[in-house]
Write a protein that binds this ligand. Structure first.
Ligand code: CP
Ligand code: NVA
Length: 309
């Protein structure tokens, strides 16, 4: 069995918290969980879930993953706990980490997640912040490996906003040596720290490409990926962003320019006719629901790694 013990008791706040070997180990473990080759008992272990933003996939896939491992989950809804009243993170973290064995947190600022990690005595997992969505990236690369067999020579083109999902794809892609092309309107480029870290990981290979031209970015790509134009928390900018992102929609015209066997991914939830056409979403190229399923398998692997001694 893959040995993931090195991850025990660590935080997973960013894709940068894992080494290449650790990502590969998690993906292998996830595959074993998916094919029922592993039956691990984490009886009596408890995962606490704190979601300051809505969630379907992340919340449910964490709950089911934990239950498949024999453990349990507590949904710490901020509006019914003292979190919503504004109890300081350092007090919440010190309290909850005495009850729970691991906490998965979805919030706005990465610095708040880091504050939880600073005060928690148990591992903290990033269940999405404005900066990153590292659990999503693990599921995305698991799906790519399943579909394309290996990462060598894979080109992933992300079309859309260079924020959380794109940032984690860039970092995880760099760890795995995948060429990442980002096509976004001016002003929506990925985080500069993320870009510089990815380039450091890629070393002299020039495998991160950022452009404002989606038509060029998709040429020959093996994976086309998109995300909503307006993320959670950006509702008031929706009209402006809809205008800014016109032309950055994965439709049949863009798909035709990619590799003929290209797969299409979307982290979901999606707005059809905005970042992706309904035709492409429902096409044979789409692996969007395989990708959604894989959230559960990678998180099962991650929880096992964080909780096993
Ligand atoms: N992709 C993703 O994180 O989905 P949810 O917002 O439904 O959790
Ligand atoms: N960028 C999106 C991802 C949702 C999973 C958001 O933050 O709302």
């Amino acid at each position: 069995m893959t040995n993931c013990n090195k991850l025990a008791c660590r935080n997973f706040l960013s894709s940068l918290d894992l080494s290449t070997d650790e990502v590969v180990q998690i993906l292998n473990l996830a595959k074993n969980f998916k094919t029922n080759q592993l039956n691990i008992e984490l009886k009596n272990k408890v995962l606490g879930l704190i979601f300051d933003k809505s969630s379907t996939r992340t919340r449910v896939s964490f709950q089911v993953a934990m239950s498949r491992l024999g453990g349990s989950t507590i949904d710490l809804n901020p509006s019914t706990s003292q979190i919503g009243r504004g109890e300081p993170i350092k007090d919440t973290a010190r309290t909850l980490s005495r009850y729970c064995d691991v906490l998965a947190i979805r919030t706005f600022n990465q610095s708040d997640l880091e504050e939880y990690a600073k005060w928690s005595s148990k591992p903290i997992v990033n269940a999405l912040t404005d900066l990153e969505h590292p659990c999503q990236a693990l599921a995305d690369f698991m799906t790519i490996k399943e579909e394309l067999g290996e990462f060598k020579n894979v080109v992933l083109t992300f079309i859309g906003d260079g924020n959380n999902v794109a940032n984690s794809l860039i970092l995880c892609g760099a760890l795995l040596g995948v060429e990442i092309r980002i096509a976004c309107p001016k002003g929506y480029e990925p985080n500069p720290f993320v870009i510089s870290k990815a380039n450091e990981i890629y070393k002299e290979k020039n495998l991160l490409k950022i452009t404002n031209d989606p038509n060029i970015a998709v040429l020959g790509a093996n994976v086309l990926y998109t995300d909503v134009w307006s993320s959670m928390g950006e509702e008031e900018h929706k009209e402006d962003k809809d205008k800014d992102f016109r032309g950055y929609s994965i439709d049949n015209n863009l798909l035709k320019r990619a590799d003929k066997n290209a797969i299409v991914l979307h982290c979901l939830p999606a707005y059809r006719s905005k970042e992706i056409s309904d035709e492409v979403f429902e096409s044979d190229n789409s692996r969007i629901f395989e990708q959604a399923e894989n959230r559960m398998h990678v998180q099962q692997a991650l929880l096992y790694c964080l909780l096993s001694k």
